[in-house]
Design a protein around this ligand. Structure first.
Ligand code: RP5
Length: 168
């Protein structure tokens, strides 16, 4: 019998199909942790109604956290945050002449009252957004919390420490 599909806990949103390659890092990290999620392309500027509708309906559909990537005049994370009380993690993406600085400033400079937790520009930000989303979900999920603790230990073990002394 086919395994029942789990309901998505994380909504990964991005402003354009051109963001997909970088944002796939968030999806891959969630997949490696076994966290059900969905990936949606929707734009604050090109499809504002669709963005608003998705953000407003997400909570009742069981979504716990949003990860939102956008480049240039990146308003998508802010537009989602304006329409939900769920945590929104923003990933500024590199696109165009300003190489992500534009998106970083747009994403990070939210006015008081509408929070967006802003990650690093690009792939590292996408991956860390997935880890942060996992850490938020793990507050109510002991098995996931254990998984994250094991991964952190493994990461520390892979750092070599002392590699050379001089004189030997
Ligand atoms: C933003 O503009 C998107 O998030 C993307 O990073 C950037 C460029 O989009 P395209 O013109 O490639 O669709 O809204």
């Amino acid at each position: 019998m086919a395994k029942a599909k789990s309901k998505p806990l994380v909504g990964i949103l991005m402003g354009s199909k051109s963001d997909l390659e970088v944002m796939t890092r968030a999806s891959a990290k969630l997949e490696s942790l076994g966290i059900a999620h969905e990936v949606v392309v929707t734009s604050a500027h090109r499809s504002p109604d669709q963005t608003c509708d998705y953000a407003q309906r997400a909570k009742q559909r069981g979504i716990k956290v949003f990860i939102v990537g956008a480049g240039r005049a990146a308003h998508l994370a802010g537009a989602v945050a304006a329409n939900t009380t769920l945590p929104v993690l923003g990933v500024p993406l590199e696109s165009g002449a300003l190489r992500g600085m534009d998106a970083l400033l747009s994403t990070v400079q939210m006015p008081a009252g509408v929070p967006v937790g802003t990650l690093a520009i690009g792939g590292a930000g996408a991956e860390n957004a997935a880890l942060l989303a996992a850490q938020i979900i793990a507050l109510g999920d002991r098995a996931l919390a254990n998984k994250l603790e094991r991964a952190k230990k493994k990461m520390a073990e892979a750092v070599p420490g002392l590699v050379r002394t001089y004189p030997e």
